[in-house]
Design a protein around this ligand. Structure first.
Ligand code: SF4
Length: 373
């Protein structure tokens, strides 16, 4: 346990007041703006988030504006940030706040955590930063800091260790300035107590650190066990019809639902991609195409899937509904759910220059970039 009293929060806050970064969301106490920043910052770097945050707030300035906006527009504003599930959940949160809470966020972590899309961490961040509730939070940065401060054994993602982390955070969070304290902890993890080579010589709480005292900072936190990497071969097809190309919207309930994509297939290493793509288009969408030609490759990673995208082009040569099956039937062959399953609109043709405004998946964006470069 950290030997503390008020000394620990005091040392941390003194440091934070001196070094805190001037970030756009830190200039606001508006729960909605803070929520947007917190959701964007999950799995995305601060420097990347800043312009997205500013554009998003300009486009959807209030919780009601976001609740009322079409999902396609929200996804388009999110395009490039990845992990689109976050955008859909954020919109869902806004809808519930608008409809069930008269557009005003509840003020405590215990109430906030009942909203869709808001987990324990986000509830703690909102309640402490926007509403000054003395309530803790633990994210990856905070977990690392506490693991070292307290020499906690075990993977910080394990339930028992996680429980202990929340307990420590709850014991330390002060009544005065809880939001700043929580942000200071996260800032410490991001700037000083970094994953590799922490800057202990510049640490404001070095005097409280058990790992530093024991000389074994490098042992904490225990390394996580990562799942094995899976290689995926994805072939997608840019079907041209004059100035237009064929796109599908990913079906609700599947990976990256609601985003637009190019028709694509996951293939085994020995599959004949051009032939299978042409068959896929005809069987699923009743669209006959010239023989697809592979014009380039792109790479993309989703969690532990390393995806090689083979980009093919073909021209639409006929349209027929004879013998077509529903998209769902044929796309069941997508073994890992990475290739899109189209919604009931199937394949739609849109002007190529406007495709980027639809809210494209990162896979489609990379494929189109590979095709034009
Ligand atoms: Fe982290 Fe080093 Fe500070 Fe301990 S002394 S909290 S290991 S930066």
């Amino acid at each position: 346990m950290i030997r503390t009293g008020q000394a620990f929060p005091r040392a941390l806050l003194l440091w934070f007041d001196r070094v805190r970064r001037d970030l756009p969301w830190r200039r606001s106490k508006d729960a909605y703006a803070i929520l947007v920043s917190e959701v964007m910052l999950q799995q995305t770097r601060v420097e990347t988030v800043i312009p997205y945050f500013e554009r998003f707030l300009a486009r959807f300035p209030s919780v009601r504006a976001l609740a009322d906006a079409p999902l396609d527009e929200v996804l388009a504003a999110w395009a490039g940030l990845g992990y689109y599930r976050r955008a859909r959940l954020l919109k869902r949160t806004a809808e519930v706040v608008a409809e069930e809470h008269a557009g005003t966020f509840p003020r405590t972590a215990a109430e906030l955590v009942n909203l869709p899309g808001i987990g324990r961490y986000t509830a703690g961040a909102l309640a402490s930063i926007a509403f000054s509730e003395s309530t803790p939070l633990v994210d990856g940065n905070v977990a690392r800091v506490f693991a070292r401060l307290c020499r906690l054994e075990g993977d910080v993602r394990e339930r028992t260790v996680e429980k202990r982390l929340w307990q420590i955070a709850g014991e330390l969070v002060p009544k005065d300035r809880p939001g700043d304290f929580n942000q200071a902890l996260m800032e410490l993890g991001a700037m000083v107590c970094t994953p590799a080579n922490p800057h202990c010589e510049a640490c404001p709480v070095a005097g409280f650190c058990a790992a530093l005292e024991a000389g074994d900072v490098g042992r904490y936190p225990a390394p996580r066990r990562r799942p094995a990497t899976i290689d995926v071969r994805l072939a997608n097809l840019i079907v041209a019809d004059g100035d237009r190309i064929g796109v599908v919207r990913r079906e609700t309930g599947t990976k990256m639902a609601g985003l637009h994509d190019l028709p694509a297939l996951e293939l085994s290493s020995e599959s004949d991609a051009p032939r299978e793509l042409a068959t896929h288009l005809l069987d699923n969408y009743g669209v006959a195409v010239s023989e697809p030609t592979c014009i380039g490759k792109a790479r993309h990673t989703i969690t532990h899937h390393k995806i090689t995208i083979e980009v093919h082009v073909a021209s639409r040569i006929a349209a027929s509904t004879a013998g077509s099956r529903s998209p769902r039937d044929a796309e069941r062959s997508s073994s890992r759910g990475i290739a899109p399953r189209a919604d009931r609109d199937g394949l739609r043709f849109v002007e190529r220059r406007l495709a980027g405004e639809l809210g494209l998946s990162a896979l489609a964006t990379k494929a189109l970039r590979a095709a034009s470069g």
